[in-house]
Ligand binder design. Structure first.
Ligand SMILES: Cc1cc2nc3c(=O)[nH]c(=O)nc-3n(C[C@H](O)[C@H](O)[C@H](O)COP(=O)(O)OP(=O)(O)OC[C@H]3O[C@@H](n4cnc5c(N)ncnc54)[C@H](O)[C@@H]3O)c2cc1C
Length: 432
């Protein structure tokens, strides 16, 4: 950083996975980069379930498995459908993992330290208040105390991205396009976690939860095992919470009291709780990603694949691709929108926008048919297993007939057809 003029080559706003990935890629290519973070340190403001995905992290930190603070190797995925008092669990287990559970406060701090060692100049405890423009080009940022100038500014400031809004790249988020997620970290000793989740050593388990207190709402619950604590939380679309006047922490309390969950968290001590927004709009709500002198990455660009609970990987890869674009732009001295448009083109070629595009219709369909898919059919799954596992001296065939009849009497036939049609349309848009 040229301190006399407060001018550098690239300023990155926000030290989350997107911002750090961008900054370290630039620094490794020998570029001057300043990373500005409002928190006390990178990760201090982050709220997270959560799993990080090995392949995406390796693209930025090839040796992270040797050095990074990782909690557990996730070897099991559970899909848990909660009824009033019962539940159905679909479980998939594989000994080699493709993700790790982490604690963001530790992991982001580690990533930031790696970035610092690679040459990134990190400014902490500093909020970027606004972007500085000269005519129609972004030329820097204004913090509480100072102005910093750069050839390119990368916005990695997370889901709210007030800065992208300020320069008209993003509109206010519709409450239907964002979920409010609340979570608790519950401390338990390692052996208790291993015993309750049927794990050994550093093996970890992910539980995705449907129904329960979120029944009929566009929302999911989750549990992740860390080394000596469990993360439990849920996320529900904001407009539904407002409409139903539900308090998310009360929903989380109800989730923790469910007979299938309570034994897993029993006796634990609450270590922290927090709330955060998650972008839910999908492909159709991705904002303009570049303008003269500026690019948007990660959550700020709404790059989250909700169905697969993937956000950090999209954030890191988008940060890396923005950095590669910035490197080219710096080498040829062209910071125009046209030059930076190479960034969305790179994203289009990567899994990031390919995956987002695959699920482009998912949320529209889910919004339209949520009562069906997230209430009626979930209840039917549990009802089926209740019927199938009961032994009450009634002939099985009578049970089957009664169950099948209930499908047609509990829901109008016209609605059943609409559900099937919605699934066909959705599969069509996903697979073609
Ligand atoms: C409860 C929960 C569970 C999740 N679980 C998972 C999971 O299991 N796996 C997964 O891959 N993803 C998960 N996600 C999503 C994931 O957390 C995000 O997609 C990811 O953190 C996005 O990274 P980012 O760098 O774009 O933004 P962030 O991580 O939000 O980082 C933005 C950074 O910018 C800083 N900042 C903001 N404004 C300013 C400003 N004006 N000036 C300076 N600094 C600023 C913030 O302090 C923050 O450090 C989860 C999210 C939540 C809320």
């Amino acid at each position: 950083m040229n301190k006399t003029e407060n001018k550098t080559e690239v300023i990155v706003v926000g030290a989350g996975p997107a911002g750090i990935a961008c900054a370290i890629t630039l620094a490794k290519a020998g570029k001057e980069v300043v990373l500005i973070e409002r928190g006390l340190f990178a990760g201090s403001k982050n709220v997270f379930g959560g799993a990080i995905y090995t392949q995406a992290v390796k693209e930025v930190f090839p040796d992270f498995e040797k050095n990074a603070p990782l909690e557990r190797r996730n070897i099991e995925h559970n899909y848990l459908i909660l009824g009033e008092k019962d539940s159905t669990n679909i479980s998939y287990r594989k000994s080699d993992n493709s993700s790790y559970s982490i604690v963001r406060a530790k992991f982001d701090r580690w990533m930031a330290e790696e970035a610092r060692n690679a040459g990134v100049y990190i400014v902490e405890e500093t909020v970027v208040r606004e972007l500085i423009k000269d005519k129609n080009k972004v030329i820097g940022v204004r913090t509480e105390l100072e102005e910093y100038y750069a050839d390119i500014v990368v916005l990695a400031d997370g889901v709210n991205s007030l800065l992208a809004k300020q320069i008209g790249l993003r509109k206010n988020i519709d409450t239907k396009d964002v979920a409010l997620s609340v979570k608790e970290v519950v401390k338990l000793d390692k052996d208790t976690i291993n015993q309750r989740f049927h794990l050994k050593d550093d093996e970890g388990s992910i539980v995705e939860i449907f129904g329960g207190p979120m029944l009929g709402m566009l929302g999911l619950g989750f549990m992740y095992t860390n080394e000596d604590c469990i993360t439990i939380g849920l996320g529900v679309t904001l407009n539904e919470l407002v409409e139903a006047n539900y308090r998310p922490f009360e929903m989380l309390e109800r989730l923790k009291q469910h007979p299938s969950i309570a034994p897993l968290v029993e006796g634990g001590t609450l270590k922290e709780y927090s709330a955060h927004l998650i972008p839910e709009g999908g492909y159709k709500k991705i904002p303009k990603l570049v303008d003269n002198g500026v690019m948007i990455v990660g959550d700020a660009a709404m790059l989250v694949n909700n169905l697969h609970w993937e956000g950090t990987n999209l954030a890191m890869i988008s940060g890396k691709l923005a950095a590669e674009t910035a490197i080219e732009a710096l080498d040829c001295g062209d910071f125009s929108k046209k030059s930076l448009s190479a960034y969305p083109k790179r994203l289009q070629k990567s899994f990031v926008l390919k995956d987002m595009k695959t699920y482009k219709d998912l949320f529209d369909v889910m919004h339209q048919r949520k009562r069906a898919f997230l209430s009626y059919y979930l209840k039917k799954v549990n009802a089926f297993f209740e019927m199938f596992t009961s032994s009450d001296c009634v002939p099985k065939k009578d049970h089957y007939h009664k169950f099948i009849k209930s499908i047609f009497t509990d829901r109008k036939i016209s609605e059943l057809f609409k559900d099937v049609w919605a699934i066909v349309r959705l599969l069509w848009s996903i697979l073609l």
